[in-house]
Design a protein around this ligand. Structure first.
Ligand code: WCA
Length: 537
């Protein structure tokens, strides 16, 4: 059985993403597009429009050509959209990079994506330089602020390029890749997710009826733009509709609450750890948060009691969940802003032009019985083009009929609300960031005192899923401690991928094929086989 959207159909948006988003920028003119939440500096729509065109011209003058890949390596700043849309206007595909990636992680992404250009910020310049050295072939590293020896975006957009106008590059929206974020998927190697101009632009149109934005609306961008959630909900969607985006470089509770108060924020798009803070942290009481109209939460499972505590404390309608994934540009389900009594725990209803199946976990060719849980399959214009250079993994993810096998287990109630109840894929979500257990296992095995290792997700006291390692010591290394293991991993990975708990065991349970029997580890964790891989609902 195929579930269809009650919101009907939207036409595919056949525009380059910079046109789809900034097409009305001239009309919005002097309205404020972006506010730097750290110092209050503003960028108007007219300035954003002009500066991204100048940056495109600067990149073209530097030698960037259509089809080149540019790595954007920055926390959220007001320059981020200028760099992103400037690069796509010049014809580049933008691979977005976690600003806290280690040089090795960044180098892997540069190598896999064949990136030739980097845009970074001065505090991250050393990592960017080291990554570039590790791979070679990088033409130039630009900085969004200023650093000796590197061209600055600020100077490039200040240049009067009347004689060197923005390049005219012909883009095929359905074919050309606008964004190339990296996803851990289910395997160790992160994979480049090819999102075309059309798939991202169409997803914005699909979100319109359920999460409308408008001029005068003020949105706080604290989740990172480098992930598709932030890129879509916090950058593309508001800038397309004339709203104002207040930008913060990272989540720091007082700064975040202060920004809501100062900038009279209307809409928050967050992940579960922020709902936790809003529900429980004493600091929340010190700020005037009465400007808030709604909160949307996505990226990881949200406990419904926590959601309820948050909305009750702030006197808001129920927290709206949304569901999606990088491979889906990202949205497929949203609890609409105007839904009166969404059932607690629902992640939403199907977006327009999106189809879904719920298939049996034992036999994916058959549907699960009505109302029963099964794997969620999705089809629609927001489906990615594929994983860059990985046809087999693409075919594994998108079947011959165009269905994306999400790896999430869900059920649909009689009113069409989707509930995500578990996950079939071996992926840990730490605060909404993907962590592939196989990635950490491979790293642990490079430690000379570790004979074998397995990693699973367990839940901490706040309900966050965290990576836990089961480690078998080498017989020659009985002195290896938990602290040794934690610090070894921390030295080699971005902070969100850190192993946060260690248990030493005599042997990793494996099938005859060598595959780790994670279910046995989970059972061992909970004693009853439930709960260690679900948010406790
Ligand atoms: C803001 C969060 C929720 C919490 O921030 P945090 O507590 O500071 O933790 P971080 O995760 O940012 O940082 C990890 C660690 O690094 C540290 N850190 C941090 N920035 C620094 C620093 N600049 N220096 C040094 N140390 C630092 C930080 O303190 C922290 O330390 P620790 O507490 O030990 O974990 C953060 O985790 C976060 O942004 N999570 C969301 C990730 C995310 O966007 N995922 C989206 C995936 S795509 C998706 O799901 C799409 C869904 C979707 C569906 C439908 C739609 O319609 C739309 C979207």
């Amino acid at each position: 059985m195929i579930f269809h959207s009650e919101y009907g159909h939207v036409e595919a948006v056949d525009l380059p993403i910079h046109e789809a988003v900034l097409g009305r920028a001239a009309e919005f003119g002097d309205a404020v597009a972006l506010v730097d939440g750290t110092d209050g500096a503003t960028v108007t729509y007219a300035q954003l429009d002009l500066s991204h065109r100048r940056f495109a011209a600067g990149l073209t003058a530097a030698g960037l050509r259509k089809g080149d890949v540019l790595a954007l390596h920055s926390p959220n700043t007001v320059a981020y959209p200028v760099a992103f849309y400037g690069a796509t206007r010049a014809g580049a595909s933008v691979t977005t990079v976690h600003p806290l990636s280690t040089a090795e992680e960044f180098a892997k992404q540069l190598r896999d994506s064949s990136a030739r250009w980097i845009v970074t910020v001065s505090p991250l310049l050393e990592v960017a330089r080291r990554s570039a050295e590790l791979v070679g072939g990088i033409e130039e590293i630009f900085v969004c602020d200023r650093a000796p020896g590197h061209r600055s975006l600020l100077d490039m957009i200040a240049t009067d390029r009347e004689s060197d106008p923005a390049p005219v590059v012909t883009i095929s929206p359905g074919e050309d890749v606008a964004a190339l974020p990296y996803s851990s998927g289910t395997t160790a190697a992160p994979k480049g997710v090819m999102l075309t101009h059309r798939s991202i632009a169409t997803n914005l149109a699909q979100l319109d009826p359920v999460l409308p934005m408008r001029p005068g609306h003020r949105i706080l961008a604290v989740l990172p733009f480098f992930h598709i959630y932030g890129l879509t909900a916090l950058m593309n969607a508001p800038l397309r509709t004339g709203a104002t985006v207040v930008v913060l470089p990272r989540f720091e509770l007082d700064q975040f609450l202060g920004a809501i108060q100062t900038h009279r924020i209307n809409g928050l798009y967050v992940a579960p750890p922020i709902i936790l803070a809003l529900a429980k942290h004493p600091a929340v009481a010190r700020y005037d948060l009465t400007s808030l109209d709604y909160i949307v939460c996505s990226a990881a499972p949200l406990d419904s009691r926590l959601a309820e505590a948050c909305s009750a404390r702030l006197g808001l309608p129920p927290v709206r969940q949304a569901y999606g994934m990088t491979e889906l540009s990202p949205g497929t389900h949203v609890v609409p802003l105007d839904a009166r009594n969404p059932p607690p725990g629902a992640v939403g209803k199907l977006l327009p032009s999106t189809e879904m199946r719920i298939v049996s976990l034992d036999d994916p060719t058959t549907d699960a019985p009505a109302g029963a849980a099964g794997e969620v399959l999705i089809r629609g214009p927001q489906v990615m083009k594929g994983y860059l250079g990985r046809p087999e993994e693409t075919a594994h993810m998108i079947d011959a009929d165009g269905w994306v096998h999400t790896g999430d287990i869900g059920r649909v109630d009689a009113d069409g609300w989707l509930f995500v109840v578990d996950r079939v894929k071996e992926l840990i979500k730490y605060k909404g960031f993907q962590v592939a257990p196989a990635d950490l296992e491979a790293l642990l095995l490079t430690h000379e005192s570790i004979a074998d290792a397995a990693v699973i997700g367990v839940y901490d006291e706040d309900g966050n899923e965290i990576p836990k390692a089961y480690v078998v010591r080498q017989p020659s290394a009985p002195e290896l401690t938990e602290a040794d293991v934690l610090s070894y991993v921390a030295e080699h990975v971005a902070p969100h991928k850190k192993v946060r708990r260690v248990e030493f065991i005599d042997g990793v349970p494996r099938a005859a094929s060598g595959k780790i029997l994670r279910r046995e580890l989970r059972d061992r964790e909970t004693g009853d086989g439930r709960g260690s891989h679900g948010p406790g609902k």
